[in-house]
Write a protein that binds this ligand. Structure first.
Ligand SMILES: Cc1cc2nc3c(=O)[nH]c(=O)nc-3n(C[C@H](O)[C@H](O)[C@H](O)COP(=O)(O)OP(=O)(O)OC[C@H]3O[C@@H](n4cnc5c(N)ncnc54)[C@H](O)[C@@H]3O)c2cc1C
Length: 409
């Protein structure tokens, strides 16, 4: 069941001159921060998805961000939480008698939480593990540190909800402590010759009291790491790497450019990347019988297919089961740019409006492409569901739809 809370669960109350804020789960972090801005305050967690991330998602996903660290995350800035439990019990940890109310309404849950707490406390190894894991940035899974930080089941439950991914209950409201918006900020980018030199600099940089230090492995390091794995997976290049998203095929094809030594480049040379559409064209089509043809399809060739020189191949695969394959005159990059289009749909709307006009002026049996995010972008732009040309090929070449093992899914 999918519950959409962004429309009606949007009440907000700024408390104590912005030092705290009471929020409902449908507000996004950016919306809450806009309310807090006049007070010079904001929420502690700062995921880069703040314009889309709701309070419910923030708590249940333990969304954090670059500068919230281990101190200003959801767990530590949460003052109280209102939760609807699977039984229907509504529990608010802010109520003065919250723990008594929880025990009265949910005695088994209350006792179970106390029992789990005792089990952890009685086992020094568990205590050490939990303390260690939560001394670092640790955003995966339940906030198990709640068993060590709180004694009352009401508080334990409220903090266990952080990272619960929707499993323990529905987050219906929260009160957060806020953090100050700093009057001035600066960002620096430091380049190091290798990982060791970068790590050696961490300590002095940490002592500079920077809010956030991020270590990013460069393209060259990642390319080398990937190269080693690819050599293993492909049996030193004997097997091709078939890639099922054209933008990734394109990315892999460029991987070698990140290598700076002759030795690395020679090690990379035997590895072959084959786009799944080209693989289907060369290896599958000759052995397939088309059992269901369609009349006319619209095809969006992604920009990576264009760069890979595979637009004609893509068209040929579609033409194997469609009488007419239309590539719009005005097709171009859909500007979805990985997942950017999720946050900025206006980019895709702008880049595709001519192509969308051409597509919507005609009737098509199917709308096809070769990269999932581009398909999502074109679906949004045209209102017609785009899908992979390979999915359509598979359907068009099924031997017998009514075969006993075939459930139609
Ligand atoms: C482009 C992009 C950038 C991102 N950057 C970051 C980042 O910098 N740092 C970071 O930590 N994360 C980041 N994320 C992940 C992001 O934090 C999560 O996508 C965000 O938490 C999702 O919030 P949402 O409101 O969309 O929740 P959804 O995706 O809708 O849900 C996330 C989970 O929370 C549960 N849930 C949602 N609402 C409730 C509720 N009211 N009660 C109970 N459970 C609920 C859902 O069941 C699901 O398990 C990023 C994601 C994207 C797409």
């Amino acid at each position: 069941m999918l519950v959409e809370v962004k429309r009606h669960w949007r009440d907000i109350e700024v408390l104590d001159d912005g030092l705290r804020v009471r929020v409902q789960p449908g507000l996004t972090i950016a919306q809450v921060n806009a309310w807090l801005a006049p007070y010079g305050r904001r929420l502690g967690p700062d995921p880069s998805s703040s314009t889309a991330c709701t309070i419910g998602g923030l708590v249940a996903n333990n969304s954090s961000g670059k500068s919230c660290g281990t101190e200003f995350n959801a767990y530590h800035t949460l003052q109280s939480l209102k939760v609807v439990l699977p039984s229907g019990t509504v529990f608010d940890s802010a109520a003065p008698d919250a723990d008594r109310a929880l025990r009265a309404a949910e005695p088994d849950l209350h006792e179970g939480l106390l029992r789990l707490r005792r089990r952890i406390l009685d086992n020094p190894a568990s205590v050490r593990t939990i303390r260690h894991q939560f001394s670092m940035k640790n955003t995966l899974g339940y906030g198990l540190n709640a068993f060590l930080d709180y004694e009352q089941p009401a508080e334990i439950l409220a903090h266990l909800m952080v990272g619960s991914e929707g499993t323990l209950g529905f987050v219906a409201g929260a009160v957060f402590h806020t953090v100050p918006v700093l009057p001035g900020t600066a960002t620096g980018l430091l380049l190091f010759p290798d990982m060791r030199a970068a790590c050696d600099s961490l300590e002095p940089l940490r002592d500079s009291e920077a809010t956030c230090l991020e270590l990013e492995a460069g393209h060259r390091t990642m390319a080398r790491r990937m190269l080693r794995r690819l050599r293993d997976w492909t049996d030193d290049g004997r097997l091709p790497v078939v890639v099922d998203a054209s933008s990734c095929t394109h990315g892999f094809a460029d991987l070698a450019k990140g290598l700076d030594s002759e030795e690395d480049r020679a090690a990379f040379a035997p590895i072959r990347f084959v786009d799944a559409v080209a693989f289907a064209y060369a290896e599958l089509l000759p052995h397939l019988d088309v059992t269901r043809r369609v009349s006319r399809v619209a095809l969006h060739p992604t920009c990576s297919m264009h760069h890979l020189g595979l637009v004609d191949t893509l068209r040929e695969v579609a033409a194997a089961f469609a009488d007419t394959v239309d590539v719009p005159q005005d097709w171009r990059c859909c500007a979805y740019a990985g997942d950017r289009g999720l946050l900025h749909p206006e980019l895709t709307a702008s880049a595709t409006h001519r192509e969308a006009a051409e597509v919507t002026a005609n009737n098509y049996d199917d709308h096809l492409s070769s990269n999932r995010t581009c398909e999502i972008g074109l679906t949004q732009a045209t209102g017609h569901p785009y899908r992979s040309v390979l999915t359509a090929l598979e359907e068009a070449t099924r031997a017998d739809r009514a075969a006993p093992h075939d459930t139609g899914h």
